[in-house]
Write a protein that binds this ligand. Structure first.
Ligand code: NAD
Length: 254
C-alpha cells in the first residue's frame, strides 16, 4: 500500500493537469450511503421504480420516488465534507487540479471548498428541484418541509406541474454540456484519478478510459475492485479518505 501511495504522489508531482473523477464512495465517509454496497439504497428500494418514464407517467411512482427522496435527503443535507473531499481541495490550492467530474449529487465538493466552476456535476444536484412544466426552481430544503408536513407528491405552486429534483434519473438523458465538457477535460488531462466509483454507470464510466486512451495516466482509488482496474497505472483498494490524506501528506512534504 505505501509503495502504491508513493507512486500516486510521484504521478501528481509530474502532472500539470489533474482531473479527479468521483462517485458515491467518496461520500460514504460523510455518512451518505452509496447505492450498491450492503446497506446501500438499492437494498431497500427497487431501482426499477425510479425510471424517469415511470416518474412522469404515474402518480404512484412519484409517490414512491418522493418517499425514497425524503429519506435520502436527510443524511445528504446533514453531511459534512470528509478527508477525501478536503484532499481534492488541496490539489486545487496546489494549482494541480483541472477539474472534478462528479457523479455525486450531494454538493460536498463545493462545500469542501472547490471552486464551483471546477466542479462538473454529471448527474445533476439534489439541492434544487424544478417544475418540469414551467421550470420554476425551488430549494430542495423548501420541498423537504412540504414532505415533512405530509405532502406525498409535491406539485408546482405556480402551474401545478410535476416537480422533480435536479438530478439525472435512470432513463433520463445526461446533461449535454456537462457530458461534453467531461470528455473534453478527460482527453486533455495528463493524470486522471478515480475516487470511490464502481465505474458501472454509463456513460460516466467510460470517461476514465477516454483519458487513458488519450495518453493520461490513470489512478483508481476504490474500496472494491472496479471493471477498469486492469487499465489503470495504479490501483489502490481502500478508504478514500484515508488514502487521499496520506497522498496529500506526502505531497506537502517537499
Ligand atoms: P456505486 O454505489 O456504484 O459505487 C460506489 C463505490 O464506492 C463502490 O465500488 C464501493 O466499493 C466504493 N466505496 C464505498 N465507500 C468507499 C470508501 N469509503 N472509500 C473508497 N471507496 C468506497 O456508486 P457510483 O459508481 O458513484 O454510482 C452510483 C450512482 O448513484 C451515481 O451515479 C451517483 O449519481 C448516485 N449516488 C450519489 C450519491 C451522492 O451524491 N453522495 C450517493 C449514492 C448514489
Amino acid at each position: 500500500m505505501e509503495e502504491l501511495i508513493q507512486k500516486v504522489v510521484e504521478l501528481i508531482r509530474q502532472a500539470k493537469r489533474v482531473v479527479v473523477f468521483t462517485g458515491a464512495g467518496v461520500s460514504t465517509e460523510s455518512g451518505i450511503p452509496d447505492f450498491r454496497s450492503p446497506g446501500g439504497v438499492w437494498q431497500k428500494y427497487n431501482p426499477e421504480d425510479f425510471y424517469y418514464q415511470k416518474f412522469i407517467s404515474s402518480e404512484e411512482s412519484r409517490e414512491k420516488y418522493w418517499q425514497m427522496s425524503r429519506e435520502f435527503y436527510e443524511p445528504l443535507k446533514n453531511a459534512l465534507p470528509n478527508a477525501g473531499h478536503k484532499a481534492v481541495v488541496e490539489l486545487e490550492k496546489m494549482g494541480k487540479l483541472d477539474c472534478v467530474i462528479t457523479q455525486n449529487i450531494d454538493d460536498l465538493h463545493q462545500r469542501a471548498g472547490n471552486s464551483p466552476e471546477r466542479v462538473i456535476e454529471l448527474h445533476g444536484t439534489a439541492i434544487s428541484v424544478s417544475c418540469l412544466a414551467c421550470r420554476k426552481k425551488y430549494p430542495r430544503e423548501e420541498i423537504q418541509s412540504w414532505l415533512l408536513r405530509g405532502v406525498r407528491v409535491p406539485q408546482c405552486d405556480v402551474c401545478g406541474g410535476i416537480l422533480k429534483p435536479d438530478t439525472v434519473s435512470f432513463g433520463q438523458s445526461m446533461p449535454p454540456r456537462e457530458t461534453e465538457e467531461s470528455f473534453h477535460r478527460a482527453r486533455n488531462c495528463d493524470l486522471f484519478i478515480v475516487i470511490g466509483s464502481s465505474l458501472v454507470v454509463q456513460p460516466a464510466a467510460s470517461i476514465p478510459l477516454e483519458a487513458r486512451n488519450s495518453g493520461a495516466k490513470l489512478v483508481i482509488i476504490n474500496r472494491d475492485p472496479t471493471y477498469h482496474d486492469s487499465y489503470a497505472d495504479v490501483v489502490i483498494h481502500g478508504s478514500a479518505g484515508e488514502i487521499m490524506s496520506k497522498i496529500l501528506e506526502r505531497l506537502q512534504v517537499t
